[in-house]
Design a protein around this ligand. Sequence first.
Ligand code: ASP
Ligand code: MG
Length: 420
Amino acid sequence: MPLLVMKFGGTSVADLDRIANAAAKVKREVERGYDVIVIVSAMSGKTNELVGWVEGTSPLYDAREYDAVVASGENVTAGLMALRLQEMGISARSWQGWQVPINTTSAHGSARFVSIPRANIDAKFAEGFKVAVVAGFQGISVEGRITTLGRGGSDTTAVAFAAAFGAERCDIYTDVDGVYTTDPRISSKARKLDKIAFEEMLELASLGAKVLQTRSVELAMRYNVRLRVLSSFEDTDENSGTLVCGEDEIMESKVVSGVAYSRDEAKITLFTIEDRPGVAQAIFGPLSEAGVNVDMIVQNISEKDYDEAHPGAVTDMTFSCPINQVARAQKALEDAVAAGKIKYDELIIDTEVAKVSVVGIGMRSQVGVAARSFAALAAEGINIKVISTSEIKISVLIDRKYMELAVQALHDAFELEKTA
Ligand code: ASP
Ligand code: MG
């Protein structure tokens, strides 16, 4: 039997009516001849409530009990979905992570998959069951404790099942109808993409287009799982939504596929640091130990090249990180100064910046993307504070107050409202 994985997010299973609506979509695929593995999230808002209960009980909670509590939201929706399918005459049963079993590492709250043995679920399909409803976001450690995968983890559960069971496709049903060229709330010209490459989606996901958990896209790329993002609130067919797939499946590729943004960024500059081997390590080592997610890094050109004859050479170092990590970063740097590991004249912190990025696999083979981007920003009088690039991405840090304008200007400059 061909097999499909269908994942329903929190808003798609938010109440009994919506569960019934999702179940009807599952039934349709069963009628088309598929065996289906359904992965469910908790009802929307439920996981936040459970996290709140844990924190309200024990501020420095035992992470194993956190997982035991927080995983329960998915157990409820898995059981309800199985019941609803049974009411519709479909043979279905629910599976909690440990029953499959979904084996994970013991990193509670951010566990990773170790293995998903197929035997138990395959045996049920062989008995004639048509649907396995699996609780997303959870698993079991070697110690036999319940684990969770990190927020948004049900997407990753879905992809892992699609890989393990060789699914024809992994359909992610959500509250948007696909992946857009940019956030439609920012640009009214945003257009839904029919297809997007894994690499592009990875950049867009990690840059703040919050459709899919980043890890799910990484996993899909590694195992070549065709992922489709589509709405659970609309009538859908096999052409609905956006297909996230390998580059070989994408015929027409524009140079730029999308414009992403991240609003809550901060820029930190260490003004006048020594220019000598080991300085970058002395700065970023403590930041990494403090759990600061450093993103862009720029080191100024030195006054003069370092050489043993000029031990007094100086330079400046700038990096960006999420705004809510600034306090941690500052403390790590000040501690490093106190410990004599680094010195600087001044620490300049700018918490009024945002990051805007243009993404596209077409950049690999086309020149002029950077020039066109910078021209579009210049035309709007937007000053660029930091630039970083990769093979398929150009990112700039700008004043946050210009973020929307920058997104619109870049979207226009690459004519993303038009299909290729
Ligand atoms: N329910 C979990 C969360 O809210 C996992 C998920 O929905 O993907 O993060
Ligand atoms: Mg989600």
